[in-house]
Ligand binder design. Structure first.
Ligand code: ADP
Ligand code: MG
Length: 680
């Protein structure tokens, strides 16, 4: 734990007490440390007031104006009294209304000048404000912090509690960074930063505080990420490159990018250091073949390789791919998933332990306690963004420093991959196998449905298959969204009465899902109505049309992933995005989909339009949430702290020196001690 004072329960902070403490708990605040890092959302700025004439309608303005007509009182019903007054800048009037606020009668005196802070409504002719905050114009006051609030706990109450906590911390040693780091990067001290962020006099104060706090947050994050992957420092198993044998047997010629990435991996694995490499490759760029080539060398050197996939469906598909790829090589391929019976699992455990299974493909089941490997030397994880960082660490603990290869199909914006994979080497598969045609993509409104169904029928009639993707599993009350269950029922009954329609969604049992997928793969089901469960990696080359309902509800990268389910064969393929959204951002986003098939470009645009929430929202990365830094805006700091983290760890790989103890504790605090096996 951190300094005693910081870990103290907030109940003992003056003015908090038992009851408030419970409310604070809702905001994720339980200790003095978390209380003082509950940073203001924004600041009410009384700086640089404008005249009524210059105030912008529809925005929050701070207006300087003189009272021209004192508040008049008007009782409109029981418990509701309205006070109206007029302020002026000499040219323009501002019409102000207060509700149930009798204090304004005495406060706002004719002829006196005030600052009014609030949203301006009305029009250019008549500007209005409703219940603005106000203060006398000749009192110059600092910025007022506005905190995230919860019922029963307003911003002022939070600010008071924070103030008391800051008083308690006065004179305590809460510094985490060394004097040299602060000096080198012109950072203020921790206490000063906390004090300024809660009590700034002006925006420069806020900036100085933010600079320090963001730096600290990102440094700790990057140190943690590197420490979890720190086994890269030590030497791994030496693997001689035998992939040429494998490549010769492939039914196709590798793309230049595939060959390059395979040799990058080969070089890593014979270097005497543990490979820790990320392969980013767009949907369909042929990552599985790369993985199979790399695993081949490992196995032919006498070791085991494992490939972990995020879903049952994907694991089985990879299992089949590996069986096909290794046909005639004498390699034994095994499968291990959660849905197998205990007896089946036990059998596979034995084969893994004895070394009989050389290539194992599976889901999370691969990192279960019961699994012992014989000579595990390479771990491949597919669609890594779906696994927590901790799981990655756990799988690597299964072998004696196995090589790590991570496959990511969701192109992650560069800034984000720097953080998530800051400790890894990067390979990019930036070339598609020859003959791939881009999926023709259209964005339309729901009015087009009849025409879309006709188009879809034409394709089914010529022997192709199609997908319809919906945002919901089942209809839910009050929601206008299209659900997969209802859509499947309706279409099977009416428009597609003569076709076999299947339904696939995440609430089904995995055996049911597998059965549906099998029937779709074998062409028995022509039209598959589903939720996003088909998102990752599913390969049915005969599917040529995908229709996506309520397309505005999906992230762009997710749409890109979904779209990647079609266009996997030689035929022309289509993706039709249906959306009735009127929002300009939604329209702009969907337009991007129609214009490019480059996953990296799409990811960058998505990040620009929607912010990092899409990537970090559901915390699938296993990354701790950030309190103050913003991945999109603080990319340059990210680079600096990344370099510093490497510098620090090169000199002291486990942060064991006394000087760095506080930093180490902060890292452990953030990720949880169990995430690290380097701290002994
Ligand atoms: P992804 O990168 O999306 O995981 P896959 O590995 O599933 O892509 O490959 C998609 C399809 O392309 C598979 O059917 C695979 O056999 C095929 N493929 C891979 N590499 C090549 C290549 N160089 N030439 C032709 N087809 C290829
Ligand atoms: Mg794949």
């Amino acid at each position: 734990m951190m300094s005693d004072k910081l870990s103290q329960n907030i109940r003992y902070v003056k003015g908090v007490g038992e009851k408030r403490a419970e409310l604070f708990e809702k905001l994720g605040v339980s200790s003095v440390g978390t209380l003082v890092s509950l940073y203001p959302r924004h600041y009410e700025s009384w700086e640089e007031p404008v005249s009524v004439a210059d105030a912008v309608v529809g925005e929050v303005n701070c207006i300087k104006a003189r009272i021209a007509k004192e508040p008049t009182e008007q009782r409109i019903r029981k418990n509701m009294t309205v006070y109206k007054c007029i302020a002026t800048d000499g040219l323009c009037n501002l019409y102000i209304t207060f509700f149930n606020n009798r204090f304004v009668k005495n406060a706002l005196k004719e002829g006196q000048e005030f600052l009014f802070l609030g949203k301006v409504t009305g029009g250019l002719i008549r500007k209005e404000m409703s219940s603005p905050a106000y203060k006398s114009a000749n009192k110059t006051s600092p910025l007022r912090p506005v905190y995230p609030q919860t019922a029963g706990l307003n911003s002022t109450a939070i600010h008071k509690a924070v103030q008391n906590a800051l008083i308690q911390l006065q004179g305590e040693d809460i510094e985490i960074l060394t004097p040299k780091i602060m000096n080198d990067h012109s950072l203020i001290g921790k206490y000063e930063a906390l004090n300024l962020i809660h009590n700034p006099k002006n925006m420069q104060d806020v900036e100085r505080a933010r600079k320090r706090l963001i730096f600290e947050e990102l440094l700790i994050l990057q140190l943690g990420m590197r420490l979890m992957g720190s086994e890269r420092q030590t030497s791994g198993t030496i693997i001689n490159d035998l992939s040429v044998e494998f490549i010769k047997k492939l039914p196709f010629t590798l793309t230049g990018a595939q060959s390059r990435v395979i040799s990058e991996c080969a070089n890593d694995m014979k270097s005497g250091y543990t490979m820790n490499r990320l392969v980013e490759g767009d949907v369909g760029s042929g990552k599985t073949a790369v993985a199979a080539a790399v695993c081949y060398s490992v196995i032919k050197n006498g070791y085991q390789a494992a490939m972990m996939a995020p879903t049952e469906v994907l694991a089985r598909q990879h299992y089949k791919s590996f069986c096909d790829f290794y046909n005639g090589t004498g390699i034994t391929v095994g499968l291990l998933t959660g849905s197998m019976t205990p007896a089946q699992k036990r059998k596979e455990y034995e084969k893994l332990k004895s070394g009989q299974t050389q290539m194992i493909v599976g889901t999370h089941a691969l990192i279960s306690e019961n699994v012992d490997y014989n000579r595990l030397a390479l771990v491949v994880t597919d669609e890594q963004h779906r696994f927590g960082v901790k799981q990655r660490a756990r799988l690597s603990q299964k072998g004696a420093r196995p090589h790590m290869l991570v496959m990511s199909a969701t192109p992650i914006p560069r800034t984000l991959s720097l953080i998530i994979y800051g400790d890894m080497q990067l390979s990019v598969l930036d070339e598609m196998p020859k003959g791939r045609k881009p999926v023709m993509t259209y964005s339309v409104t729901g009015d087009y449905r009849t025409r879309i169904w006709a188009f879809l029928k034409k394709h089914l009639d010529s022997g192709n298959q199609g997908y319809i993707v919906c945002p919901l599993v089942e209809d839910s009350e009050g929601s206008e969204l299209v659900s997969a269950e209802k859509q499947a029922k309706d279409l099977a009954e009416y428009e597609f009465g003569d076709y076999s329609v299947g339904l696939l969604h995440g609430k089904m049992k995995s055996s049911q899902k597998d059965e549906i997928m099998r029937r779709f793969k074998e062409g028995e089901i022509k039209l598959l109505v589903s939720t996003t469960v088909i998102e990752v990696g599913v390969d049915v080359p005969n599917a040529t049309v995908m229709v996506i309902e309520n397309a505005e509800r999906f992230g762009l990268s997710q749409l890109h992933q979904l779209r990647g389910r079609v266009g996997r064969g030689q035929k022309d393929s289509y993706c039709i995005l249906i959306s009735d959204s009127k929002s300009e951002t939604s329209k702009a986003r969907l337009k991007i989909m129609t214009e490019t098939s480059n996953g990296f470009k799409i990811a960058d645009e998505d990040l620009r339009l929607r912010g990092p929430g899409d990537f970090f929202g559901d915390r699938q990365h296993g990354l701790p949430p950030l309190e103050i830094a913003d991945m999109t805006k603080d990319a340059s700091v990210l680079k600096t702290t990344g370099e510093l983290a490497s510098l620090i760890l090169n000199a002291d790989p486990t942060l064991s020196s006394e000087r760095l103890k506080k930093l180490r504790l902060a890292v452990q605090d953030l990720f949880g001690t169990e995430s690290f096996n380097c701290f002994g």
